[in-house]
Design a protein around this ligand. Structure first.
Ligand code: PMP
Length: 463
């Protein structure tokens, strides 16, 4: 049953022309545009309206950026206020009242123990820029070159960030096992799997012949997002904190995706209570506009003036939108709301999983939710089912629901709704998802799981 609302046919021409020109003119590296052939023209909250008049429930939220959904009134008002005030929009890294207010609000949200001794560096505008800054900071402060990073990690697309991400080997990076309960590298899962992962790390660092270059820092996501929505167990994260602290290795928490209430606490490190040495922040802190910072212990602040410069480090509109977003999430208890609603949605998805053998695992924290799809084949756990996941994404889209895929094999359907999603909207999201899952599963069974149309997702839908 297609539930997508559809307006009269007239705008379709513009929609198709824009998509066709995009495929002719834009880079082959374009990403979301391939799997989401929509042309957004209006958006509010959870809803996006396309140029073809269709409406979609957006559970991608700008890859986890839109804590308050699209065009939230407090964000629009904050942006308008700056525009109407005559304040300069470009100021390099000069002090302004807007930046001062943003920094004050940001520090008010940080774990107090961390905030007390913290410094902030405004970076280039993307999450990956802040990751680069964090890596450079710890290398400068420690004088060491090596880095500790985790299997399945995602930290961005610039060179240093790629090197610490799971997909790209680098001689200076020591790759450590991230506890992944469902596909446990030690074959045990549960608390035991996480314990073994921590033990492996500790042993390697103390092994004089272990081959790990002297580490300048360890970078970790408290919940792996792109890696397949894998929450780090709190005990394991505390072990990483202890292991790094004992060896004077700065711990960098990449909260680009997990921050600003997404996981059920304002910052995801609060679940475990650890205090990292560096926090990498972007996405939601800009209230939908580009903004990225690192916040770190003042002892690490041994950069020389100008050591990390950049033209675009003073985006006034993003700071205003970001301050408004941080304040709104804090004042309205949206982190707590994410915890409650996220737990309820997880429970409902687990119920759904019981009737669908293709759902191997349902997991998440707060409103960062993943559904791992598996093939009907032997194995414990069964092999991933990326083709089926792509089919579910397509079926979702045809029902007016935008979801993204993640995970090592792109077999995890990810839900990242705005923290402002209502109970009724959450029901609508899960209804559409359940219908899409059933339709994709039926089609997969009809066609045989590995044969077309589920055999290969076409990467070039408009060529
Ligand atoms: N770190 C994490 C944890 C992320 O999820 C992302 C983006 N998905 C990045 C870094 C990179 O951010 P950006 O795409 O803004 O460069």
């Amino acid at each position: 049953m297609a539930v997508t609302e559809k307006a009269p046919a007239a705008p379709t021409v513009a929609h198709e022309g824009i998509l066709r020109r995009q495929s002719l003119r834009e880079s082959a590296a374009r990403t979301y545009a391939r799997s989401l052939p929509i042309v957004p023209v209006r958006a509010r909250g959870l809803t996006i309206e396309g140029a073809d008049g269709r409406r979609y429930l957006d559970c991608l939220s700008g890859a986890g950026t839109l804590a308050l959904g699209h065009n939230h009134p407090v964000v629009l008002e904050a942006i308008r206020k700056v525009l109407d005030s005559g304040a300069p929009l470009h100021v390099l890294d000069l002090a302004t009242p807007v930046k001062d207010a943003f920094t004050t609000e940001l520090f008010a949200t940080l774990p107090p123990r961390f905030a007390r001794t913290a410094r902030v560096q405004f970076c280039g505008p993307a999450g990956t820029d802040a990751v680069e800054a964090a890596l450079k900071l710890v290398r400068t402060a420690t004088g060491r070159g090596g880095l500790l990073a985790f299997t399945g990690a995602y930290h961005g697309m610039t060179e240093g960030a790629l090197a610490v991400s799971g997909g790209a080997p680098d001689v200076r990076v020591t790759r450590l096992p991230y506890p992944y309960d469902y596909r446990c590298p030690f074959g045990t899962g549960g608390a035991r799997g996480a314990e073994l992962a921590a033990r492996w790390t500790e042993n390697l660092l103390d092994d004089a012949k272990g081959g790990a270059p002297a580490p300048a820092g360890m970078i970790v996501e408290p919940v792996q997002g792109e890696g397949g929505v894998i929450p780090a167990p709190d005990d394991w994260l505390r072990a990483m904190r202890r292991i790094t602290a004992d060896r004077s290795v700065p711990l960098i928490a990449d909260e680009v995706q997990t921050g600003v209430g997404r996981t059920g606490t304002f910052w995801a490190v609060e679940h475990s209570g650890i205090t990292p040495d560096v926090m990498v922040l972007s996405k939601a802190i800009g209230g939908s506009l580009p903004l990225a910072v690192i916040v770190y212990h003042e002892d690490l602040d041994c950069w020389r003036p100008g050591a990390h410069a950049g033209t675009f480090r003073g985006n006034q509109l993003a700071m205003a939108a970001g301050a408004a977003t941080l304040a709104y999430v804090r004042e309205n208890g949206l982190a707590e709301r994410a915890a409650v609603l996220g737990a309820r949605m997880l429970g409902q998805l687990e119920g759904l999983a019981a009737n669908h053998p293709c759902v191997g695992d349902v997991r998440g924290r707060g409103l960062m939710i993943g559904v791992e799809l598996v093939a009907q084949a032997a194995g414990d756990p069964p092999p991933p089912a990326p083709e089926l996941a792509a089919a579910v994404r397509r079926e979702c889209l045809s029902r007016g629901l935008i979801v993204e895929l993640g995970g090592r094999h792109a077999s995890v359907v990810r839900l990242l709704p705005p923290l402002t999603i209502t109970d009724e909207q959450a029901v609508a999201v899960l209804d559409r998802f359940a219908d899409a899952l059933a339709a994709a599963e039926r089609a997969a069974l009809r066609h045989g799981e590995t044969s077309p149309p589920y055999g290969k997702e076409t990467d070039r839908p408009y060529r």
